[in-house]
Design a protein. Structure first.
Length: 293
């Protein structure tokens, strides 16, 4: 399978590594000296400056700055092959809706947390009612800094909204939000969202004293916790005082989602997070920003 990769920054280099591990020949679009160097060191079969110069490919993965997503995705879709784009779909509601209509069956979003074994285990618990009825989901994604141009809400919140989609079965709707702004950047947000199967309490920050990733599913009989993105187990804190540990081993989420995309290119089922779902996440983030203004 020949796959095109647009962008070879620090994260794009990881995508290149994993695509090659899956047996793909990867042709990379890169322009800066640093990106070209990463592509060559990573074993790219070719490095070109434009999408139109990739040659025949079975699919395209895009990993570029968020502000460029809409333009880059549209250029990639012009190649006529499936496109897998890094989250979020883009940073504009109108662009997101347009892209979702433009390619509903061959544009997908790389929501890697939907492939995390701990998250899929929590989703299974929510669906089966193993610990009683679900009341809600709490997610914490905070850190002391942010190396991206975009603020924490665009960079971090898509992960937790994708987790809510996986666990609650839909992208929750924004109900209330309060945030801290630094000039035009929304650097911290506390938000409450709602879905048919429960509430979603979301906390995101790039101004926290320490890095934390935490997901809690609140049920009738207890709270199911994934305490870190690197954990391969869940801890269940039952309301009668007992604790239960549930093992949740699995491959790294980036590799898992790329395996799903390559499988799709080879005739398998589509990856998770359709363009329509990606557009819903963009709409929800925009609504949260308005509520926190």
């Amino acid at each position: 399978m020949v796959v095109g990769l647009v962008g070879c920054g620090h994260w794009g280099a990881n995508i290149l590594r994993d695509l090659r591990a899956l047996g793909c020949e990867v042709r990379v679009v890169a322009r800066s000296d640093a990106s070209i160097g990463r592509a060559r060191e990573g074993g790219a079969a070719a490095v070109v400056p434009e999408i139109g110069e990739l040659g025949p490919v079975g699919g395209i993965v895009t990993s570029t700055p968020i502000a460029t997503h809409a333009v880059v995705i549209e250029d990639a879709l012009a190649a006529g092959v499936p496109v897998f784009t890094e989250k979020p779909l883009c940073d504009d509601v109108d662009d997101a809706r347009r892209l979702a209509v433009l390619a509903p069956d061959r544009l997908f979003v790389m929501d890697k947390w939907r492939y995390h074994a701990g998250i899929t285990a929590i989703a299974d618990i929510a669906t089966t009612g193993r610990f009683g009825a679900v009341h809600g989901l709490r997610t914490v994604r905070v850190q002391p800094d942010n190396r991206h141009v975009e603020d924490a809400i665009w960079v971090l919140a898509p992960h937790d909204l994708a987790i809510a989609l996986e666990v609650l079965g839909e992208v929750p709707r924004a109900r209330a939000a309060a945030g801290q702004w630094a000039d035009e950047r929304l650097v911290t947000i506390h938000a409450l969202l709602g879905a048919e199967r429960g509430w979603h309490a979301l906390e995101v920050s790039e101004r926290a004293p320490a890095t934390e990733r935490r997901i809690e599913l609140h049920c009738d009989e207890g709270v199911v916790v994934l305490g870190s993105g690197w954990d391969e187990h869940l801890l269940v804190h039952l309301h009668d005082g007992r604790k239960e540990r549930i093992e949740a081993p699995g491959e790294l989420p980036l590799l898992a989602e790329l395996r799903a995309f390559v499988g799709f290119l080879n005739g398998g089922p589509p990856p998770k997070s359709s363009a329509a779902e990606g557009a819903e996440i963009v709409e929800t983030i925009s609504a949260l920003r308005a509520l926190a203004a």
